[in-house]
Design a protein around this ligand. Structure first.
Ligand code: SF4
Length: 312
């Protein structure tokens, strides 16, 4: 843990300086967050958390028996039209935390028995989180750090996290820029996500398990969108070709939340026919991980996951 504190110490000043002309993520808003200006993500100077708890609905090797110590940060730099968490990701809602308060929250989750510290949508608060994390590590935080991201990130920022983050829980949402533009106003998403995920894979090329729990890994989550099975196939092929030892988490829990009802064809759930088609395709790829059942109701990620035969 001392090593992580040292690593953060080396990187934090430059990252904090970035807040004065924010280019932490691919949006490159160039706003001065220290002076109170707000960019695309809605985030200001202080970290804001919407909720935190022991999450038992993540993938089994992350939630374990006691749960994953999850902190949901408010705001988001991607803001998809179908976002399940739009209430607090499309606007800033929740508790404004000082670094001391965020540090205490991290330590509290560990004390409650969390198997890991799961930072959800952390990109826009990285400087604030790293400051708090450094304090928490110095005060005994010793569980794995999970970086739970949309992957709309800059490779340079992911490089800074080398040696600090133990588990990347990274979405790969789109591979076609036009689709990314339609639903997330981010035509460059595929470029940035692929670059970032390749960097994560460089840092965590093989998963490490201990007693069925993940200690180090890259887990790539893909949420299948209705009407986009070909897009999903291309994503799975990309994973097979570029990050074959990453753990795949293929998710079918899509529901047309938020504004999705106004968009064809994502105004419905994934059909059984689409599900079967994609599962058939996946079988030929021999990837490791979990596949979610096709479910008709809202469900937390991982509830219906099946570990693959190879690793779990
Ligand atoms: S972190 Fe927020 S303010 Fe900074 S570049 Fe990204 S969207 Fe803009």
């Amino acid at each position: 843990m001392k090593n992580k504190v040292k690593l953060i110490g080396k990187k934090i000043n430059d990252l904090e300086k970035n807040l004065e002309n924010c280019s932490i993520c691919p949006r490159n808003c160039r706003v001065n967050r220290v002076a109170g200006q707000i960019g695309y993500c809605g985030a200001g100077l202080r970290a804001v958390t919407y909720t935190s708890f022991l999450h038992r609905g993540e993938e089994p090797a992350i939630s374990g028996k006691m749960g994953s110590g999850t902190i949901f940060f408010s705001g988001c730099n991607l803001r998809c039209v179908y976002c399940q968490n739009h209430k607090f990701s499309h606007s800033i809602q929740g508790e404004v935390l000082t670094r001391q308060a965020l540090c205490s929250l991290m330590l509290k989750l560990q004390k409650e028995g969390a198997h890991n510290l799961n930072l959800v949508t952390p990109a826009h608060f990285m400087p604030q989180i790293l400051r708090a994390l450094s304090m928490a590590l110095s005060r005994g935080l010793n569980i794995p750090i999970v970086y739970n991201t949309s992957s709309y990130e800059k490779k340079e920022i992911i490089e800074l996290l080398s040696g600090i983050v133990d588990i990347y829980l990274a979405d790969l949402r789109y591979i076609d820029g036009e689709v990314a533009s339609l639903y997330s106003n981010a035509k460059d998403y595929p470029f940035y996500a692929k670059q970032s995920i390749l960097e994560m894979y460089k840092q965590q090329p093989e998963p490490v398990f201990d007693s069925g729990l993940l200690k180090e890994a890259l887990v790539i989550r893909h949420l299948v969108l209705p009407g986009y099975i070909e897009e999903s196939k291309r994503i799975l092929e990309w994973i097979k070709k570029n990050t074959p030892n990453a753990i795949l988490s293929l998710m079918f829990q899509y529901q047309p939340y938020h504004k999705a009802g106004n968009y064809l064809p994502i105004n419905r759930t994934v059909s059984r026919e689409e599900y079967n088609k994609l599962i058939g395709f996946l079988k030929g790829l021999d990837l490791n991980g979990w596949v979610q059942d096709l479910i008709s109701e809202e469900s937390l990620a991982g509830v219906h996951f099946k570990p693959s035969a190879k690793k779990s």
